[in-house]
Design a protein around this ligand. Structure first.
Ligand code: OGA
Ligand code: MN
Length: 293
């Protein structure tokens, strides 16, 4: 049995009774899913960083894993982690040195400081992201999370009705441009074409609705661009009010698991050209585009 203890007064919980180095059976797995449906973010704390092998194996219990080479594609440089199923979210290059101020991979990571859910730019959405802290810089470098179920519930009935049939287009190149990254070539853009998703997600297990927004969402389908943009901006401001936000302070050995269909998140800036930060993410995808997780 796993135990869940709320973290602070936020909606997230700390999980105990789950050892990723030991086999995780179906009962434990389903317990964890139930915990995620309740809290949307569960943090597993360990004394030491999880091994890449156990991290990947835990992710595979919940669905196919995302592969990503975009940092390499945008920079033309090497890869630090042993497989492209481990997404490098830290600031270290292939030699273990801190990204320099002008490294394109740094500009790419800056996009993580905008409120987003992971991989909304892909037709196959991400369910769980599992971010493991291997090295945490002294100033902290926290991550903030917004509860998109509570944000949905707090909308007026009129707004809920209005959003029911709306979808947005999501593109990684849109959020990266907003984040200040230099334009990439059309060939690079073609590696990640945009995707369209409904603005409301329904949890297939609980029926609970949540807003599905992200920095990657550029405009609303069937609406004049400015009007759709204004709606998305208003919804993001609404959803990220302090009462919906939990701020996680990382410890080495933490694995934070968040449900991308029920939360948004963003990194908090720190002195990233000075202090090393080693964070590795495993990202679980829906089994089918638009299907249940
Ligand atoms: C991520 C992400 C933010 C951070 O791993 O998907 O956006 O604080 N991380 O590292
Ligand atoms: Mn992210």
């Amino acid at each position: 049995m796993i135990e869940l203890t709320p973290l602070g007064d936020g909606f997230a919980a700390e999980v105990t009774g789950l050892d990723l180095a030991a086999p995780v059976d179906d009962i434990l797995r389903d317990d964890f899913v139930a915990g995620m449906d309740l809290h949307a973010i569960c943090v597993i704390r360990n004394d030491d960083p999880v091994s890449d092998k156990h991290h990947l194996a835990f992710g595979r219990l919940f669905g196919p894993l995302m592969r990503q080479k975009m940092q390499q594609t945008v920079s033309g440089r090497g890869i630090r982690l042993p497989t492209d199923e481990l997404i490098d979210v830290g600031n270290l290059d292939e030699n273990g040195d801190i990204h320099t101020a002008d490294d394109p991979r740094r500009a790419f990571h800056m996009g993580n400081l905008l409120w987003h859910s992971d991989v909304t730019f892909d037709p196959q959405r991400a369910t769980y992201s599992m971010l493991a802290a291997h090295q945490v810089p002294p100033p902290g470098a926290d991550t903030e999370f917004a509860d998109m179920r509570a944000a949905y519930e707090a909308l007026s009935p009129k707004m809920k009705d209005r959003l029911e049939s709306l979808s947005a287009e999501h593109s990684i190149w849109y959020s990266r441009a907003v984040g200040g990254m230099a334009e990439v070539s059309d060939d690079v853009k073609a590696t990640r074409p945009p995707a369209v998703h409904p603005l409301i997600n329904v949890n297939p297990r609980t029926g609970q609705k949540s807003l599905y927004l992200a920095s990657h969402a550029s405009h609303v389908i069937g609406m004049p661009k400015d009007e759709g943009r204004a709606l998305l901006d208003d919804l993001i401001v609404h959803a990220t009010q302090p009462e919906f936000v939990y701020r996680h302070k990382w410890r080495v050995g933490d694995i934070a698991v968040w449900d991308n269909l029920q939360t948004m998140h963003r990194g908090v800036p720190f002195d990233d050209t000075k202090y090393p930060r080693d964070m590795r993410r495993v990202t679980v995808l829906e089994r089918k585009p638009g299907g249940a997780s």
